[in-house]
Design a protein around this ligand. Sequence first.
Ligand SMILES: *Cc1c(COP(=O)(O)O)cnc(C)c1O
Length: 228
Amino acid sequence: MIAENLQRIRAEIAAAARRVNRNPEEITLVAVSKLFPVELILEAVDAGQTVFGENYIQEAATKKRQLPEGVHLHFIGHLQSNKARLATETCDMIETVDSLKLATALNNHLTKLGRRMRVLLQVNIGKELQKSGVDAAEAEQLLRQMQPLKQLQMCGLMTIPPLSTEAEASRPYFRDLRLLATSLAARGLFPEMDRPHLSMGMSDDFPVAIEEGATIVRVGTAIFGRRQ
Ligand SMILES: *Cc1c(COP(=O)(O)O)cnc(C)c1O
């Protein structure tokens, strides 16, 4: 079941990429495994999936210990600074950096570990009151403040657009994130990247996100089924 879902989603990723003359290989599928048991992750690993997304740091750490080498976790939930240490020990990428306080805490722990880590800045592109992430207008300032934090490799932007039942409703938000990333890149704010990453698109709208330039899509339900 999971193997078939993964095969179908990889085919849909490739089809969406081809529609806009992109190389499907530049798109990373993050299988969002939050609230699903490690057995299902292992089933996906058997089907060739290596990157998983987790929202809760304690859950991610517990799962990480039961997973084979070569399985990578992206943290995609809201991260509090006091959980930064566990996150640096557990994850390969934090997609949800949205404050200088969190970035500094991550940088401090990474300094102790002698490691660097890839991170994304989470942008609240729809300006929703309840949602995490910085406003688009604040992204540049935060990226500038983060420049001295040398253990963080700032790789790009991540967003969750306003919830909708229509995939096409997400398109303007995805486009806005791409334009924002392009403008920040032109100002030298992703110095280590030829092109910044764009993490956008979930089960209901990832093909639209790919058409708008997503390099990372985060798909849960369409792979693992409904969460309890
Ligand atoms: C849960 C979650 C997803 C996956 O959502 P699905 O609709 O199940 O594909 C993607 N991104 C984030 C940030 C999430 O919290």
